[in-house]
Design a protein around this ligand. Structure first.
Ligand SMILES: C[S@@+](CC[C@H](N)C(=O)[O-])C[C@H]1O[C@@H](n2cnc3c(N)ncnc32)[C@H](O)[C@@H]1O
Length: 376
């Protein structure tokens, strides 16, 4: 009987990283998050996984059930996000990464440390830091990993390769030992901005850097329309015309062209505040490319996503539902969502897309763990 590799899941939220890992054959044996609503969602959906609610800074190695092969950290992104004030990894919320790292150092001191560590975050982590030191946070994370004896590399993975949602995210992967790697950057996972961030790293980090290799994803065969609830099961907004009137000329033209096509066209839209002629104005920004925009949380300062359906010369508008958001994250319909729509949307807006984790685990994490077992 083969024994499945194990994982500790930090900043676990609703446990979507664990869903992806488990689909690839890696079992979460301990999870942590400090938020009460996330804790309820995690426990409802993973009743058999040991879970500890609390601040990661308060955890010690004694709280962990032994050792795991892998540690996953989806640490908070508000302070490194391009949409936020960008205090970086020294700020209170995103600085929680260092609480996680202290724990990793504790495991290393007692030995053995996890063979693989993954940090998932927003793309802003590639550039965050003071104005004069662009990329300082990314360098700090990679340096810490290299100093702990890991080979480090990163991948930019957009959920849009697997799901109808545009959601680029950064995965910094630290591995002890061998794992699939390429001689240099490969597309689509080593983007121009990742290559630029690598160029800014200290020489000692570059010396321990790997361009991790992952099979290119196959063509996505699901679009936004396919994950939506039936038209007669949702609440259409009465003020659709007023909402559509907020569209800027380019976006208005998209709506007009969808209406003129005579086909049923499904779009996704957000309200954004833009500066025009020195003034702040509300704008509706819409896309009809089969993708939803990146799911966000209300705490991130942006509004809830709209679904716009143009059919038979008429445009209707409604809000995206929590269940639809879950589908956009690759979560199956048996996942128990919070009863409040806003809590469900926050849970999903904060999460990591399940098939992305699975692809990373299948193509890179699992081979790294299996090689080690073979060598042991
Ligand atoms: C980006 S979300 C990760 C969500 C998760 N990957 C999922 O699939 O749902 C970050 C999570 O970190 C948690 N968090 C933030 N600061 C924390 C801290 N100091 N200790 C423990 N958890 C924390 C938040 O409650 C939130 O659920």
């Amino acid at each position: 009987m083969s024994i499945r590799p194990t994982a500790f899941e930090f900043f676990a939220g609703g446990g979507l990283a664990g869903l992806g890992l488990s689909a690839a054959g890696i079992d979460t044996v301990f999870a942590n998050d400090m938020d009460a609503a996330k804790t309820r969602a995690f426990r409802a959906n993973h009743p058999h996984t040991p879970f500890r609610q609390g601040d990661v800074w308060t955890l010690t190695t004694e709280d962990l059930p032994g050792r795991a092969d892998l540690a996953w950290a989806s640490s908070p992104c508000q302070d490194v996000s391009l949409a936020g004030a960008r205090g970086g990894l020294e700020a209170g919320r995103s600085g929680a990464f260092w609480g996680f790292w202290l724990l990793m150092q504790g495991l290393a001191a007692e030995g053995p440390s996890p063979r693989v560590i993954v940090l998932e975050n927003v793309i802003g982590l590639l550039t965050s830091g003071p104005r004069t030191e662009m990329g300082r946070d990314f360098a700090a994370v990679c340096t810490a990993m290299v100093e702990a004896g890991y080979t480090v590399g990163a991948l930019e993975m957009d959920a849009a390769h697997w799901l109808p949602q545009s959601r680029p995210r950064l995965f910094v992967v630290a591995i002890q030992g061998e794992a699939p790697r390429a001689a240099g950057p490969t597309q689509p996972f080593h983007s121009a901005r990742l290559i630029a961030a690598h160029a800014r790293l200290p020489e000692a980090v570059k010396a321990a850097w790997a361009w991790w290799s992952l099979p290119a994803p196959s063509q996505r065969n699901l679009d936004l329309a396919a994950i939506l609830e039936p038209d007669d099961a949702v609440n259409w907004l009465d003020d659709a015309d007023a909402i559509l009137a907020l569209a800027a000329p380019l976006h208005r033209a998209r709506i007009a062209s969808a209406l003129a096509s005579g086909q049923r066209c499904v779009g996704a839209a957000y309200r954004r505040v833009r500066i025009e002629n020195g003034r702040k104005v509300q704008r509706l920004e819409i896309r009809f490319d089969g993708l939803a925009g990146c799911l966000r949380t209300p705490a991130g300062g942006s509004s809830r996503q709209y679904v716009v359906v143009c059919d038979q010369g008429r445009a209707r508008v409604r809000r995206l539902t929590g269940r639809e958001a879950a589908r956009l994250m690759g979560v199956s319909d048996d996942y128990q969502l919070p009863s409040s729509e806003s809590a469900a949307l926050k849970l999903m807006g904060d999460a990591v897309a399940v098939p992305v984790v699975r692809a990373l685990a299948d193509g890179l994490l699992l081979p790294a763990l299996v090689d080690r077992r073979a060598a042991a």
